[in-house]
Design a binder for this molecule. Structure first.
Ligand code: ZN
Ligand code: ZN
Ligand code: ZN
Ligand code: ZN
Length: 270
């Protein structure tokens, strides 16, 4: 098809015109405009291996109230139980404990597992499992980390600093302490928000157990991450103010040039 056009041009306009047409056919000229920059960005985006999706907040999981046994003490039916009054007679305590039999757990309706909001600890565990798999996969292929993602070796080397920074902003590095969750699990209650208290001061077989709201985290099961101030991300690079770009001032010989910030390597955060 192309050659027929060239032959037609030769017949109409002569040899030199035909040569130009042939060259144009072989090497189409690409204009460098905003569309090209966008295409450049899109093409670079295609070369990124995005991180796995964050684990869901709600999922089927083991019941925390009965620890997956499906049964609880009759007294635990209603989450937090008030502290027993101190001046109960021994007889009264015995009577209370005699009522302490096992019943189906009201939280999971005796199902052991049910659909519920996961605790931060559980979400972190799921996150790390996904992430380990993802890291391993890309380490095997010798891919380089790019923020929270990966990229094949040398893929972005030729990219101009501005497009590189725009791309880096799409995959900001995660805070190394909270891994993007902006909070840490409460250690006292294991992220459950409630704790079991046992008083075994009596000679009874069944210890006196009650469930209380964790006072360390106020029942939330988590505490805010101080390292990232709740952003869940690495801090913005101070040297380039989070732009990822270093400007080299113009001299008499050459105009101003842009470079990737050396401190954050153009990633905007570090
Ligand atoms: Zn249960
Ligand atoms: Zn953090
Ligand atoms: Zn707690
Ligand atoms: Zn920087």
């Amino acid at each position: 098809m192309g050659w027929r056009i060239v032959l037609k041009i030769r017949r109409l306009f002569g040899k030199s015109a035909a040569l130009c047409a042939a060259l144009l056919l072989a090497f189409p000229i690409v204009a460098a405009d905003s569309e090209t920059v966008n295409n450049l960005f899109e093409a670079a985006l295609q070369s990124i291996y995005p991180p796995p999706a964050t684990p869901p907040e709600v999922a089927e999981a083991i019941c925390l109230q009965c620890k997956g046994t499906g049964q609880v003490r009759s007294r635990f039916q209603n989450k937090a139980t008030p502290a027993p009054q101190k001046q109960t007679s021994r007889y009264q305590t015995r009577l209370d404990k005699s009522k302490d039999f096992m019943v189906p757990c009201n939280e999971c309706k005796g199902q052991k597992r049910y659909l519920r909001k996961l605790t931060l600890k559980e979400r972190l565990e799921r996150f790390h499992a996904c992430r380990r798999q993802y890291d391993l996969e890309h380490a095997k292929l010798c891919h380089l980390p790019f923020g929270q993602a990966y990229v094949a070796l040398g893929q972005l080397d030729a990219l101009d600093p501005e497009t590189f920074a725009r791309l880096a902003a799409q995959f900001p590095g995660l805070c190394e302490t909270c891994h993007g969750f902006a909070a840490l699990p409460c250690e006292r209650c294991d992220s459950f928000g409630r704790i079991e208290k046992t008083n075994q001061d009596q000679d009874d077989v069944l210890p006196d157990v009650r469930i209380e709201v964790c006072t360390t985290c106020d029942g939330k099961g988590e505490k805010p991450c101080k390292r990232c101030d709740g952003s869940g991300l690495l801090k913005r690079c101070r040297r380039c103010k989070g732009t990822g770009i270093a400007r080299k001032a113009a001299t008499k010989k050459r105009p101003e040039t842009l470079e990737r910030c050396r401190s954050c390597e153009g990633m905007c955060r570090r």
